[in-house]
Design a protein around this ligand. Structure first.
Ligand SMILES: O=C(O)CCC(=O)C(=O)O
Ligand SMILES: [Fe+2]
Length: 515
């Protein structure tokens, strides 16, 4: 490889962006130090450094023999470790930022220091590495940073504070009831997800599945002749399909698990496309059931009405928003939740709008700004910077929105670029007359054809990449990049693949002279 100075700068910049996306709370100068040391510009080496404890560390390490399952509850703030053993781990569906915001600064106090930057000269590299590895280890204890929890109950309060719109009692009562009924029946057959975080195998506590409607891009369903095997890596439930709850009058009314289950998503063949992947694994995709299609019509109408009244970013889909994909989650009881994350952009693209319909028992939905994120003061893509921008010098705010049965929460841009959300574990929750302690959540998404499998680059491991926004690098803020996610599949690190999102699109948001 020729080693022109500007090429090195570009590589360093790219590698830094990858590291910053993994180690959200680690100061940039620390990340940079791991890249410019004797290890050169290798991301893998930097990840190694950042995840290997200091030699004198006596406490637990991040490196464990696979496939030991390790409780990562504390990492996601879903409760304190050491409570009664549960059969599954409490970790999120979406891969999370492995490091929560707090305690990384040497000046951070255990009870609430929030500053991760300082004015003092940085310590030498060896110190940084040692200190930082220690900091990473510390994240295995519950987050200790204090944030202010602010409850938002009324739709107008939600809209004022966040890029979200809350609509109570959204669907006609009977439709909401039918949807809940049908999905509660199906949910026990939705898989629990597994992936590696560093080299630990972790699993989701809730069950989830992706539903796709007929206009899903690169959508190919084939009628399976026999029970098709579960997609590789998917923990498909072992239960056999249950009885059909009613006598359907046509095929589209049959729920997944009966005839619809015989339609199997078929990966496109003959082209470069690898199909839809998540955490390095092919996704298990089911067709919409009839009642979802009826709900979709209403959700789409409302979302398009909302979008018509706001300025759109050129990076958003320009046409109508289409709810052609839905991630369904089922939480059975108060201990099932999902950790802090923002939703994957890989197939929905930048500045997505996601409409989240809650059914069944009320659970709390919490939202915070991505810890340490840089705020765009100006940009050229529209007025999507949230009024809720919380200066990092202040105590961070976490907003909590109780989501009762049949409410629709529309998450608008830049919710997925600038905020994280969670459904935390609760102390006892009320029971719902229809679903008891079960909550079903449907997040309706627009899977865009421009972001379909055939335009998704594969990394050197041969796995479709994930698309992420830059959140910490001032020079490249507003841009998006593809990176390897093979580590989620096998826990053995990433290949270091990095590619900016289509430069034509990136150009739109590039500030003059930012490169
Ligand atoms: O259950 C919810 O309200 C949120 C689910 C979620 O965050 C997701 O599917 O990505
Ligand atoms: Fe989410």
């Amino acid at each position: 490889m020729p080693s022109r100075p500007e090429a090195n700068v570009a590589t360093l910049d790219a590698n830094l962006a990858v590291l910053a996306s993994i180690f959200e709370a680690v100061p940039l100068e620390t990340l940079r130090a791991t890249l410019v040391g004797p290890a050169g510009h290798s991301v893998e080496r930097a990840v190694d450094i950042l995840t290997t404890p200091a030699p004198d560390s006596t406490a637990g390490t991040l490196r464990r023999k696979r496939p030991t399952q390790t409780r990562l509850t504390a990492l996601f703030g879903l409760g304190s470790p050491g409570k009664a053993q549960r059969p599954r781990l409490e970790t999120p569906v979406e891969p999370l930022n492995p490091i929560p915001p707090p305690t990384l600064s040497t000046s951070a106090s255990p009870t609430g220091g929030t500053s991760t930057t300082g004015t003092a000269a940085p310590p030498p590299l060896a110190e940084l590495i040692k200190w930082n590895a220690e900091a990473v280890r510390q994240t295995m204890t519950p987050p200790r940073v204090k944030s202010r929890l602010v409850y938002l109950q009324r739709p107008e309060d939600v809209e004022r504070a966040l890029p979200c719109i809350l609509i109570p009692n959204f669907l006609p009562v009977a439709l909401a009831r039918e949807l809940l009924h049908d999905l509660v029946d199906l949910a026990p057959r939705w898989p629990i997800r597994e992936w590696y975080m560093f080299d630990r195998l972790v699993t989701s506590s809730s069950r989830s599945i992706l539903f796709a409607d007929d206009d899903f891009p690169e959508y190919l369903f084939s009628e399976a002749t026999s029970d098709a095997p579960a997609a590789e890596g998917e923990a498909r439930p072992k239960e056999s399909p249950q009885d059909t709850p009613a006598t359907p009058t046509d095929k589209s009314e049959k729920p997944v698990g009966v005839d619809e289950a015989n339609k199997q998503y078929k990966e496109p063949s003959g082209g470069p496309s690898m199909g839809y992947y998540y955490n390095g694994r092919p996704m298990d995709i089911h067709p919409y059931i009839d009642v979802m299609r009826r709900a979709r019509v209403l959700v789409e109408a409302k979302v398009n009405e909302v979008l018509a009244a706001r300025k759109r970013s050129p990076l958003e889909s320009s046409g109508p928003w289409r709810a052609n994909a839905t991630v369904a989650n089922s939480y059975d009881g108060s201990v099932e939740g999902v950790g802090w994350h923002n939703d994957r952009l890989t197939n929905i693209g930048p500045f997505p709008t996601i409409a989240s319909l809650s059914l069944g028992v009320t659970r709390e939905f919490r939202i915070r700004r991505i810890p340490g994120i840089l705020t765009q003061t100006s940009n050229t893509t529209g007025s999507f910077t949230s009024a809720a921008a919380t200066p990092m010098s202040h105590t961070p705010i976490t907003h909590a929105i109780p989501l009762p049965h049949n409410c629709l929460l529309i998450m608008l841009p830049p919710m997925q670029e600038e905020y994280q959300h969670t459904v935390p574990r609760h102390t006892p929750i009320d029971r719902h007359p229809l679903s008891g302690s079960i909550r079903i959540n449907l997040t309706f998404r627009h899977y865009r054809s421009e972001y379909g499998p055939s335009s998704n680059p594969c990394c050197h491991c041969g796995i479709p990449c994930q698309l992420r926004p830059v959140t910490k690098q001032a020079a490249t803020l507003g841009r998006y990049f593809y990176m390897c996610e093979a580590d989620a599949l096998h826990g053995q690190g990433k290949c270091g693949f990095f590619q900016w999102l289509d430069p034509v699109i990136a150009k739109v948001i590039e500030e003059p002279g930012s490169r």
